[in-house]
Design a protein around this ligand. Structure first.
Ligand code: ADP
Ligand code: MG
Length: 363
């Protein structure tokens, strides 16, 4: 799938973060093949110091393999990895100023929390007093300063995850790699940890590279997101850029739900050929069929085929007279269940810029 001209393949970090300095991480035409499988198929990326950067994509899209090549656990088939301007493509993991937090944060069960955090420093023969001070500081930064004497079994899942984080932070790496670190937590705890982790990252100021397949998580936490598909990056941008201006049908479909209009449907509704994405929450639904679209708006008539009450919102499926089907999500501002039950004739209205063109029309 070839990205169009509006999709920045090499994500440019925020200008302020890069002025004068090398990016914390720079990947150039990075590739990794396992036999016939091109797990990573030409990735270019610049990540600035202090960024919270997410790699988002479905399972098998190459995220973990990219992370492992940054860490040095896997060597590229071709291409380069630079850290702070230094080519480390062939360097061993211990020669790189990065640490990794995995999802299955295996803590030593027989050691205290403090012992777990100190362990790496002990291996590096850091003197005892310094080791203790740094471990306590790392525990305080993840808000577990009071829990150093406990055993991992005496902590909640979220607390154990934070111990794993402290164990990486204690090494004071330039870059922290996190591979689906919240995947084992239930939804409510995961949402709490998302905010917590973002807060911790701001405080410690370390570059975080965060791998997830969860689009909500990426949108909530990141300064910028790279969207992966089949070993390649389809788009790099801020959460709002990726959500509001998806560069390809894949991004539009993977990040949030999206309606696509194309072919004769696009010609009939938009008035031009091309492929257009419209987010369900951008569409108004109007029972007044006679009121046309205002200046700068697009409208289309149709029939509600399905109305699903979901508490805070209501989702409608609408079959347009012009032939396409659009999903519409409205906040539930009414007092009954749905305002437009199945079978209702309705008019859909949205601002012109919300039918976002994904690709140039074939002519
Ligand atoms: P993700 O983290 O996005 O789920 P991965 O980087 O783990 O994706 O995997 C990308 C592709 O590479 C998948 O098709 C996977 O099966 C394959 N792959 C990853 N590691 C290996 C390996 N060690 N040997 C063979 N194939 C692998
Ligand atoms: Mg993975």
């Amino acid at each position: 799938m070839s990205p169009n001209s509006t999709s920045p393949l090499v994500g440019s970090p925020p200008a302020a973060a890069t002025s004068g300095a090398e990016p914390a991480v720079r990947l150039r035409d990075l590739r990794k093949s396992f036999g016939q499988v091109h797990a990573v198929d030409g990735v270019d990326l610049d990540i600035a110091g202090g960024e919270f950067f997410s790699m988002l994509g479905p399972s098998g899209s190459g995220k973990t393999t990219v992370l492992r090549m940054i860490a040095g656990f896997q060597l590229p088939t071709s291409g380069t990895v630079e850290l702070d301007g230094r080519d480390v493509s062939r360097a061993a993991p211990f020669q790189r100023d990065v640490n990794t937090v995995f999802q299955d944060y295996a803590l030593f069960p027989h050691m205290t929390v403090l012992g777990n955090v100190e362990y790496g420093l002990r291996v590096k023969r850091v003197p005892k007093a310094e080791r203790r001070e740094r471990a306590l500081q790392a525990l305080r930064s993840v808000r577990l300063g009071e829990h150093g004497d406990r055993k991992p079994s005496q902590l909640s899942g979220g607390q154990r995850q934070r111990v794993a984080l402290a164990r990486a932070l204690v090494n004071r790496p330039k870059v922290l790699l996190l591979d689906e670190p919240l995947g084992a937590l239930d939804l409510k705890l995961r949402q709490e940890m998302q905010l917590e982790l973002k807060q911790i990252q701001r405080e410690v100021g370390i570059t975080f590279i965060f791998v997830t397949h969860d689009q909500d998580e990426a949108l909530t936490m990141s300064d910028r997101i790279a969207v992966f598909n089949q070993g390649r990056i389809e788009q790099v941008g801020t959460p709002a850029e990726v959500y509001e201006q998806p560069a390809s049908p894949f991004v539009a479909g993977f990040v949030g739900t999206s309606n696509l209009l194309s072919g004769s449907n696009a010609e009939a509704v938009i008035g031009r050929p091309g492929v257009y994405s419209i987010r369900p929450e951008k569409i108004r639904i109007d029972a007044d069929l006679d009121r046309g679209a205002a200046l700068g708006e697009t409208s289309a008539a149709g029939t509600v085929t399905d109305a699903v009450y979901a508490g805070a919102s209501v989702r409608y499926e609408v079959s347009l007279d012009a032939g396409a089907r659009l999903s519409v999500v409205r906040p539930n501002s009414g007092t009954s269940d749905v305002d437009h039950p199945a079978g209702s004739k309705v008019r859909l209205v949205w601002r012109d810029e919300h039918s976002f063109q994904l690709t140039e029309a074939d002519r």
